[in-house]
Design a binder for this molecule. Structure first.
Ligand code: N01
Length: 536
């Protein structure tokens, strides 16, 4: 199916969507239900966003596949069979392509173009968006669906360009197969991406050296195939599951324990943690006692439980010492693993602790630290992203308040993560200060809200809608109040604080109130007749 041409200088379209990942696809689907004119632009050559770019070996969901899917079509739910509880990247990309084709959305997407600038034209009440192919799109509204982990970042060390072997970033993984067989491989970074790729390629490489700066509390993903019976059950329960997910704290199938750990013995708590250890994915975080996330003592008791698990799996206790974090559980987004710790028992795998010996430079032949140079054929950068606001900063967005980058320089401030004063007719889906959790459920909620606001403007016959400064101040204060004093804020180790990006203001960019808090705020704004916005 051919893509429809861009509109260049002619009449503006109603809505431009930036990004064709999970959120952008849903946003397009919503627009397809209206009589508005719309288009999406996407930097990749295919749909998927995160699931397009992060095609490294081992990349897979750590939300249950069925909780991550779209729920807008009974037919789709009836047709699609996830093969595993946590599907791998190829299956996810296939799913997203199937959705786009099934609902005839592909012709509304222009691929392979990056947005360079967006400028608000007050007189015309339109946004002018310039693209990397030299074209311009004018639109009445813009909805950004650019992701919170989509601006990949390399370590700030010299020499990266000098390396004469192959090098790849997990967040920019090429489409062609990479043969690791017999290769001397370095992996830098041990976040969720590093943990996945390290386990996936360990059996293939000739040797692997893992460069770790901060160890993480990794716990078993416990993935397995979905049986035919489970598939049938999932289908029968889809409505109920959707209601459950949308009413849950963070959009996952897991909910915090109803038990109070204070009323249990240490043995009972340990027994409960053993069931979590055996349970799938995020159960360890979101199925735990909520007190583990709020009370330092329970958090420490849980990390002692995890430490024993790691020590039992890693043969060399000196290596285990390096792999055991000294921060609390959940204060840094925990990875979920499959045979990760066992990798460090393999004779051809070594671990470099960058806290002792930081990387001094990448050399033409390898990586140099204070204790010498190691030679490699392949370097994998699993070094993460300029998170949450990074993708916004890479576009020059100019409203009546100047550029968004300057406006958010000391930290984002928004109305419910969806819009900022000074940037009329511009809406963010899964941007800063919206919510942490299972992204498709959060983006579903946020897209629905954004479309309600746009719909309200159109119903009123208005051509301009702008977030009100008072509403922005109120939401921003709420975001920081909830975060203040939390174990996460005390540690300030997570990329949601910007600490992994040199020069970035250290401030909280997520929202701790979950999907529940976000939904409640949306309802409050709707009930007030959208008083958080000025319509004209
Ligand atoms: O990135 P990260 P990621 N020198 O930022 C290290 C999602 N995700 O791509 O921790 C040395 O977590 C850095 O060290 P430190 C998920 O939300 C989901 O792994 O900053 N080291 C860290 O070890 C996840 O949280 C899945 O000290 C440097 C690593 O690189 C998010 O994406 C799978 C460095 C980066 O870890 C990001 O994960 C994958 C430097 N200069 C990802 N800079 C699922 O399973 C960075 N590091 C669904």
């Amino acid at each position: 199916m051919a893509t429809e041409p861009l509109n260049d200088a002619t009449d503006p379209i109603d809505v431009l969507v930036i990004g064709a990942g999970i959120s952008g696809i849903y946003q397009l689907y919503k627009l397809a239900q209206t009589d508005l004119t719309y288009r999406a632009v996407e930097a990749g050559d295919g749909v998927g966003g995160t699931w397009y770019w992060n095609r490294y070996p081992g990349a897979r969901f750590d939300s249950e596949s069925y909780s991550y899917a779209y729920f807008f079509s009974e037919e789709l739910l009836g047709e699609w069979n996830w093969t595993e509880h946590f599907a791998g990247q190829p299956e996810i990309e296939n799913y997203l392509n199937t959705v786009v084709d099934r609902f005839d959305l592909r012709r509304h997407i222009t691929f392979g173009v990056r947005v360079l600038t967006m400028t608000w034209d007050e007189a015309a009440r339109t946004w002018s968006t310039t693209l990397s192919d030299g074209s311009t799109i004018r639109s009445r509204f813009v909805v950004t669906a650019i992701g919170i982990l989509s601006a990949p970042q390399y370590p700030a060390v010299p020499g990266i360009e000098d390396f004469q072997g192959e090098s790849y970033h997990t967040g920019l993984w090429p489409k062609h197969d990479i043969d690791f067989t017999g290769m001397r491989v370095a992996v830098i970074g041990t976040g969720s991406s590093g943990v996945q790729i390290i386990s996936a390629i360990a059996g293939q490489v000739g040797s692997m050296t893992v460069y770790q700066r901060t160890p993480n509390w990794c716990t078993p993903l416990n993935n397995r195939p979905i049986t035919a019976e489970e598939q049938q059950q999932l289908r029968a329960d889809f409505d109920q599951m959707h209601t459950g997910l949308m009413g849950s704290f963070a959009g996952f199938v897991h909910n915090f324990s109803a038990d109070n750990p204070a009323e249990q013995t240490p043995e009972q708590r340990a027994a409960y943690w053993e069931t979590l250890w055996q349970a799938p994915g995020f159960a360890k975080l979101l199925g735990n006692y909520v007190e583990v996330m709020t009370d330092k003592d329970y958090n420490t008791e849980f990390t002692k439980f995890l430490e024993a698990k790691i020590r039992a799996r890693v043969h060399d206790q000196k290596i285990a010492d390096k792999l055991i974090p000294d921060h609390g559980y959940g204060v840094k987004r925990p990875p979920f693993e499959t045979d990760y710790y066992e990798v460090f028992n393999l004779p051809h795998v070594s671990l470099i602790d960058m806290r002792d010996t930081p990387i001094e430079r990448v050399t033409p032949r390898g990586i140099a630290t204070a204790d010498g140079e190691r030679e490699f054929d392949i370097i994998v950068y699993a070094t993460g992203f300029d998170a949450i606001t990074g993708a916004f900063d890479r576009i020059e967005i100019t409203g009546t308040a100047g550029t968004l980058k300057d406006y958010w320089a000391e930290g984002p401030h928004t109305v419910v993560g969806a819009a900022s004063p000074g940037f009329p007719n511009l809406f963010f889906v899964v941007g800063p200060h919206s919510s942490a959790g299972n992204v498709p459920r959060i983006s579903e909620r946020q897209c629905d809200f954004v479309n309600e606001v746009i719909g309200e403007a159109l119903r009123r016959g208005c051509t301009r809608v702008e977030a009100r400064p008072e509403a922005e101040a109120e939401w921003t204060a709420h975001v920081y109040e909830l975060n203040q004093g939390t174990l996460g804020a005390q540690a300030a180790l997570d990329y949601t604080y910007g600490v992994n990006t040199p020069g970035k203001a250290v401030t909280f960019r997520h929202y701790d109130g979950g999907l529940i808090g976000l939904t409640a705020k949306h309802a409050e704004i709707a009930d007030s007749g959208y008083a958080a916005f000025d319509f004209s």
